[in-house]
Design a protein around this ligand. Structure first.
Ligand SMILES: Cc1cc2nc3c(=O)[nH]c(=O)nc-3n(C[C@H](O)[C@H](O)[C@H](O)COP(=O)(O)OP(=O)(O)OC[C@H]3O[C@@H](n4cnc5c(N)ncnc54)[C@H](O)[C@@H]3O)c2cc1C
Length: 518
């Protein structure tokens, strides 16, 4: 597109029901994710209504502008970073309405920019929630962003990831058409279940925003649990941890099951949070008990247990379990303890209690020591866990001396994904300067560091090697973005079909070009 025409196109777009940000700082902020920076776009376009979104998409693509959809901007796989100047970042954050809560038929319709925290607050008075109910970043991460990239955490040990727990999407195609997947696309039909003929919803889940712009999302609902509790255990090595995690997963006992290796625990046991933050969590844990006496007892237990256990070396495993009532919960937790009694030493369940007391705490986007952190991950079936750990441990050992020289450290977290999967997540930490995307989202007083290009380059190299180790292990990925090789070596027939769908939705390849490796 001829650059002299940009002002006219932007003026046309600005006349819609949108906010158009052209200030250089705003363009810089919105074209960065938590790890990297993209090319500065012409503007950031924030639609205020779904109709304005559809009109803006049609108008922008007709003018040849590429569109990079962004939800809360909480990802780190270059998933929405512009690759050209002739582009707009589409900020979906203002489309955040909870459109319909069907309390009888157990579904909810939200606009794509609604955060998980806002959705959960809206559902609470109805005694309902979605079975998958968000990532740790849910105070800012959106339902549309999570559904587009695939997200784990709250509910994942029980029901899997975000894409397993969605009923329908309203997706805007490049020409501004709205495509409705799911049963609600037929007049008079309610989207109370997912399957009726071919499943068009699944095609748009985890597409990295490549196949269209999600405007609305329909999710299933369930009653909130009557009782929630946790168990924490310490294991000497990965093999013992994995055996316990797999046993808990197979038995279907956990809602969340996650673990950390000694290197991760070390990151969080020191400077991470001081007395004031602990006190905040303690109050929230008390409040979450629903009754003042129960709250006081739980607060006292946690205060006595304290965070001293974080200093203990080993693999910390945390299970959050839910049940209809306290008696059923006690039975469930007893079964978890029995399955962990294969070398596990029980610890105070402070972490599970903290996590559930403030599920959507505004977590820092920097490491506890104020440096960068870059998580990578892969999901393997349990039969592949030992081999993956061996390969990843060898890779880390190979780079250990170089990492130490530039201050780069690596710790690994683990998450159970439904009954069959282990999400293995090495996180790279190193001292470095901040992007604007860190600066604006860092409200606590964390140390600053000068630019550390040697560590950043090594992190890229080690990260790329980790991606190859995951691929060789047959690992799947959430957050594919521009990092994981989803398209590599795929069945040709399946790829042709997907390319045809892409062409139908976006014939001139202007929606999130480059994402998904497509
Ligand atoms: C502190 C922290 C904690 C985190 N915790 C977790 C966790 O517990 N579990 C987890 O899985 N991840 C986690 N993440 C990663 C990330 O926050 C989540 O995956 C989250 O779901 C991203 O949502 P978002 O709205 O920020 O999406 P964005 O980062 O804005 O976008 C993600 C992808 O979705 C696309 N997209 C966004 N909105 C739309 C739309 N409406 N239509 C089409 N495409 C769209 C984008 O183009 C991009 O490809 C964490 C990140 C941080 C920084």
């Amino acid at each position: 597109m001829d650059a002299t025409l940009y002002p006219a196109v932007l003026a046309q777009l600005a006349a819609l029901d949108v906010e158009l940000l052209t200030d250089a700082d705003e363009r810089r902020y919105f074209s960065q994710d938590v790890a990297d920076a993209g090319v500065l776009p012409l503007a950031v376009l924030r639609p205020l209504t779904v109709d304005a979104l559809a009109a803006a998409v049609g108008m922008a693509t007709a003018a040849g502008l590429a569109l990079f959809p962004r939800g809360g901007g909480m990802s780190y796989t270059q998933a929405y970073l512009p690759d050209r100047e002739a582009s707009l970042v589409l900020d979906l954050a203002a489309l955040d309405r909870v459109v319909e809560i069907a309390a009888d038929d157990l579904y909810v319709v939200v606009e794509a920019g609604c955060t998980w925290a806002k959705l959960d607050e809206a559902l609470k008075p109805h005694g309902l929630r979605t079975p998958f109910w968000g990532p740790f970043s849910g105070w800012n991460a959106t339902v549309g962003g999570s559904m587009s990239q695939g997200t784990a955490t709250f509910g994942t040990a029980r029901v899997g990831t975000s894409g397993d727990n969605v009923l329908a999407f309203d997706v805007v195609a490049a020409d501004g058409r709205i495509v409705r997947t799911g049963i609600g696309g037929q007049p008079g039909f309610k989207p109370f279940m997912r399957q009726y003929g071919p499943d068009l919803t699944g095609i748009f889940a985890n597409d990295s925003g490549r196949l269209g712009i999600k405007a609305r999302v329909t999710l299933p609902l369930e009653p909130r649990p009557g009782a929630v509790g946790g168990v924490s255990c310490l294991f000497a090595d990965f093999a013992a941890l994995a055996a316990a995690m797999q046993a808990v997963a197979r038995a279907g006992l956990a809602s969340e099951a996650f673990a950390m290796d000694p290197a991760v625990t070390r990151q969080f046991s020191g400077a991470a949070s001081g007395f004031v933050q602990d006190l905040t969590y303690l109050r929230a844990i008390g409040a979450a008990q629903g009754h003042w006496l129960k709250g006081l007892v739980r607060m006292a237990q946690v205060a006595i247990g304290g965070r001293a256990f974080l200093g203990r070396e080993g693999y910390h495993f945390h299970v959050v379990a839910e049940a209809d009532d306290e008696a059923a919960l006690r039975r469930k937790l007893a079964r978890v303890r029995a399955l962990c009694d294969v070398g596990g030493v029980e610890l105070p369940p402070t972490v599970p209690q903290m996590v559930r007391a403030v599920p959507f705490a505004p977590l820092p986007v920097l490491s506890p020591s104020g440096g960068r952190m870059l998580p990578l991950h892969g999901i393997v079936p349990w039969s592949g866990a030992a081999a993956l750990d061996k390969a990843m441990t060898a890779l880390i050992a190979r780079h250990q001396a170089d990492c130490a020289a530039v201050g780069l450290s690596i710790g690994t977290s683990f998450f159970g994904v439904a009954r069959s999967g282990l999400l293995y997540e090495p996180v790279l930490y190193w001292p470095d300067d901040r992007l604007l995307s860190h600066e604006r989202r860092t409200t606590t007083d964390l140390p600053r560091h000068p630019a550390n290009p040697a560590a950043a380059a090594l992190a890229k190299l080690v990260g790329a090697e980790m991606v190859e180790v995951f691929h060789a292990a047959g690992a799947t990925h959430l957050q594919i973005g521009r990092v994981y090789p989803w398209a590599r070596g795929r069945d040709a027939g399946a790829m042709d079909l997907l390319q045809a769908i892409k062409h139908e939705m976006d014939p001139h390849d202007l929606i999130n070009p480059g994402a998904l490796g497509l």
